[in-house]
Ligand binder design. Structure first.
Ligand code: SF4
Length: 656
């Protein structure tokens, strides 16, 4: 059988894979040399991705909860029952009581259908796991430059003079991009890493700023003030291509380098060196979850303001790159939003236009984010979760589990029996990435098609078919062919409207939205008025109640998110990582069992030394079973992302 082109199911780089199939099984993954971006490179996760298909925890038949356990049922029976229950709940409480939330493995066609189905049922309660990672990035980018996505491509890293990497562990989260970084360095690029932890990525840095967690806004505002005071900003760019400069100056003029040193913990000389490095032309401003989950939307705004101030956007070797963590998290964030319609802002005009295309009235009331529906608001009674393991990945896990148990109807579509599936009334087994087909959007707007290589196990079905079948039982007639749904999606979603399916399917071709450009904004910004907008923000100190350590969570290279897709990589110890001096002061030995306690929960784990960690901080990998029992549900006030990297904890030794 010829090799089947696919896209890696893990991070948002979206490396091209070729799947070798023997006897109905994917037996090998070969890096695709013709893939336009990855050009024959994959990391360890991508190279072993086929193993994720054959884990013993795969679901093969629909399940229905009866009492305390599950029984196997037929697809017809399960879909009829779910449809009847949804109708009953809608009758009793209205469409607002129904929600559909998706993980970011789902294809564009699947998220498009979720988006349509929930509106058909009468609510805008639709969201994705993009909410809990880069919603602040998408929001800040939209208001600043017009599109909530990377404004340049990772391919442009090699053309940059300076690459700033804020809050991102490339080596762990997006390993293939390290190659781009090394090539850029060979060509003379300087690399600035900003992180509270001396990460492996920091080893590549020309300049490393070890910033105190949550103080980014102060740092970036003080740097802006220094640039303006010293005439190091791009006056012409600011004058001709931006708006809001005067208001910005009014805010940042109170921020000083001296105070920045005290607040951020970064020596003054290094802050000035950073300012001077970014004052030249050819700077890529890139960032990861450390910025968005650490400081929320204001941290990203403050960072992007520096990009505008230095005029570093709209040409080769400059611009914003947001390191997204899942294969279709960009696409999911583009299409699944409770405060926006897939064709634009939630306005009567857009709702009217969409109603005409879809043939049913589109609701205008703002929907609930997945974080609010699980953590703050009990109005949703029926929830459909599509490949989204919220019982593991959300903060304050105990509270989320209680909330899921209270629902009148919880339907889970997943390939595995996850912690969330265990709580469901109905579990529907779905096909995985190599067992179905459809498109995904990379972290730099490259839209590519995954082809089906093998059949799913047992009775598992492609998510798109399950959604279409359920929709049909509820009265929504919709296409089931991913190619047809792709064409319909293009008609609705303006950013995707110019993509050609043939280019999307050809992995050697550039098929980036909106118009195929690697670099956006060369002539105008995609905001309403065509200008870039400064969005001034003030620094707010994180409210700390005690003298505990600040817990930071993050990825490690061998495991992936809640680990359902990477469990084959082997077990990893439940542990908290501490600065060696903090360990000494707390009387904790290497490997000793400790109690980690926060305002919302506790966990017993092993204590391990981490040399690169600042004093006062602790680190836990984000896929550990214990971690989200401890991480608290403090949400960014605007974008409702949990601030996963700012929980205050105490750590106490338990045994001798
Ligand atoms: S870098 Fe990301 S997309 Fe590429 S192979 Fe590794 S995990 Fe997959």
């Amino acid at each position: 059988m010829p090799l089947v082109p696919s896209i890696c199911p893990y991070c948002g780089v979206g490396c091209g894979l070729l799947l070798d199939v023997e006897g109905g099984k994917v037996v090998r993954v070969i890096p695709n040399k013709n893939h336009v971006l990855s050009k024959g490179k994959v990391c360890g996760k991508g190279a072993s991705a086929h193993k994720s298909l054959y884990l013993p925890s795969r679901l093969t038949r629909p399940l229905k909860r009866v009492g305390g356990s599950f029984v196997e049922v037929s697809w017809d029976e399960v879909l009829n029952e779910i449809a009847d229950k949804i109708k009953e709940i809608r009758e009793k409480y209205g469409g607002r009581a129904i929600a559909i939330y998706g993980g970011c493995q789902n294809t564009l066609e699947e998220v498009y259908l979720m988006s349509k189905l929930v509106r058909f049922l009468g609510s805008n309660n639709v969201d994705s796991c993009a909410r809990v990672c880069h919603e602040p990035s998408a929001t800040a980018l939209r208001e600043t430059v017009g599109v909530g996505a990377s404004g340049t491509s990772v391919e442009e890293m090699v053309n940059a003079k300076v690459i700033v990497i804020a809050g991102e562990q490339l080596t762990e989260s997006h390993p293939v991009l390290v190659d781009y970084l090394l090539k850029a360095k060979e060509r003379g690029a300087k690399v600035v890493v900003i992180d509270p932890v001396f990460t492996k990525t920091a080893r590549y840095a020309t300049l490393f700023l070890q910033v105190n967690q949550g103080t980014d806004v102060y740092l970036y505002n003080a740097v802006a003030n220094y640039l303006i005071q010293n005439g190091l900003y791009d006056k012409e760019f600011v004058m001709k291509r931006t708006k809001g400069f005067e208001d910005y100056v009014r805010v940042i003029s109170r921020y000083t380098i001296e105070k920045a040193e005290k607040i951020t913990g970064v020596p003054k000389g290094k802050i000035i060196e950073f300012a001077e490095l970014i004052s030249q032309k050819g700077v890529i401003f890139s960032w990861g979850l450390g910025l968005s989950e650490g400081g929320g939307v204001d941290a990203v705004r403050a960072y992007l303001n520096l990009m505008l101030l230095t005029g570093n956007v709209g040409f080769s070797g400059a611009g914003p790159i947001v390191y997204r963590g899942q294969s279709n998290v960009q696409g999911s964030g583009d299409l699944l939003k409770p405060w926006q319609l897939p064709n634009g802002p939630l306005t009567p005009e857009n709702a009217e236009r969409l109603s005409r295309i879809w043939g049913f009235p589109v609701p205008l009331e703002r929907g609930l984010t997945v974080t609010d529906a699980l953590l703050n608001d009990n109005s949703v009674r029926a929830m459909i979760l599509v490949n989204f393991n919220v019982a593991h990945s959300m903060p304050n896990r105990a509270k989320v589990i209680r909330r899921l148990r209270e629902l009148d109807l919880l339907v889970v579509l997943d390939a595995y029996m996850t912690e969330t599936a265990e709580l469901a009334h109905y579990v529907l087994p779905v096909a995985m990435w190599a067992e179905s087909e459809g498109s995904v959007t990379s972290l730099d707007r490259l839209v590519k098609w995954r082809f089906k290589a093998v059949d799913p196990p047992g009775e598992a079905r492609q998510t798109l078919f399950v959604l279409a079948d359920l929709g049909e039982r509820l009265g929504l007639r919709t296409g089931r062919d991913p190619r047809e749904v792709f064409e319909e999606m293009k008609e609705v979603v303006p950013l995707y409207s110019k993509l050609g399916l043939a280019d999307v399917m050809d992995h050697s071709k550039n098929s980036r939205y909106p118009n195929g450009e690697l670099v956006l904004y060369s002539e105008k910004f995609l905001t309403k008025d065509g200008f870039a907008h400064f969005v001034p923000v003030e620094y707010r100190e994180i409210d700390r109640r005690g003298n505990g350590l600040v817990l930071i969570t993050g990825r490690v290279v061998t495991h992936y998110n809640t680990d359902s897709l990477s469990r084959y990589m082997g077990d990893i110890e439940e542990a908290i990582y501490l600065n060696p001096e903090d360990m000494r002061e707390l009387g904790i030995r290497e490997g000793q069992e400790v109690l980690v306690r926060s305002q919302c929960g506790e966990a017993r784990v092993k204590a391990r030394k981490m040399e690169g960690l600042k004093r006062g901080f602790a680190f836990m990998p984000n896929f550990l079973d214990s971690v989200n029992y401890v991480v608290c549900d403090v949400l960014d006030p605007e974008t409702r992302i949990p601030l996963y990297k700012s929980t205050e904890v105490t750590v106490t030794p338990l045994s001798n």
